[in-house]
Design a protein around this ligand. Sequence first.
Ligand SMILES: O=C(O)CCC(=O)C(=O)O
Ligand SMILES: [Fe+2]
Length: 354
Amino acid sequence: MAPTKYIDRTIPRISLANFNSRIDTITEELVRAAETDGFFSLKDTGISVGEIEAMFVQSAGFFALPDEEKATVPWLAKNVGWEKNSQIRPSTGTADMKESYQLQFGENMKDSWISSKALPDFRETALEFMRRTQAISEKLMLCFARGLGFSDDYFIKAHDVSRPDSQTTLRLLHYFEVDKKTPVPEGYFRAGAHADWDFLTLLFQQPGQSGLEICPGREAVTSFGIGDVWTKVDFEAGDIVCNIGDLLMSWSDDRFKSTFHRVRAPMDPQTDYYGPRYSIAFFNQPCSSCTIQGPLKKYPAVTGEEFTRSAMNRNFAALKAKKDAMGVENEDDGHGAVSQRLGNPETRRVRVGV
Ligand SMILES: O=C(O)CCC(=O)C(=O)O
Ligand SMILES: [Fe+2]
């Protein structure tokens, strides 16, 4: 495969300081970023570096538990729980080299919190961090509603996390350390190229643990940006890197851009980071019953549930097409998950969620 081509793109860095008095400027900056690159980073968010580090400590604590303990909260199709080496992206057909633990606010989390015996402060720290991140998301939702001509609380109501059917998800991610002496086989990624299908994603990273790359959709000419020109995303401690998801793209009649991104596996011992990477992604997901339609009505109105279902079906169909092309057997278990056999006797459940 030809080596990746890179280009420097400036990703707008937007300050949320003095939000109420600067709301017009912030709205203008966010709308411009959403229309152009679909990616931006936030500073002066109100969440301190200390709070972010405290959440990363809990995350590392969870992933350090023995697999048998993590397996007490397995990944479920409602997108909660722990998975390891099981998310296969249609862009690659191979499992991401990672494990992740998805957390939600509502009743989907029943039975999916790790026990307080294993990690005493985990649940409380995570829920507080989720509330703090939701509050920032709501500021962004207000600005995007104004930018599109909706009422201020329009998107906030559609993503109400106090409702029992809330689907907003915090995903803790752990990409495994890679041995410099054992090159990663071609076609394997820490996270294969994809666009998120949520409304907005807010990503927390730790300085020194780089790897995120973007390929703005507007310029991507090939499926999943394969063969296109990528940009490595830099960030500063405390920054939140955000991207527009497919839902907001559709809800804005395609005015705002959902963007391909990936975490490439380290390849070059001179330049790449081979250590473990921990990141935390917060996915704003709509409540199942809300109605989604842009101001210009470019697409027919659908409910949150229908939007998510068709996104999962599209992903599943693309994954199946990739598997067929690779000559790998697929089985649909009828629950939005796929079982696969990759030429070894082990049959694994494959996640198709965001
Ligand atoms: O870990 C990262 O930097 C990216 C994660 C991501 O894109 C995702 O989980 O959707
Ligand atoms: Fe993503």
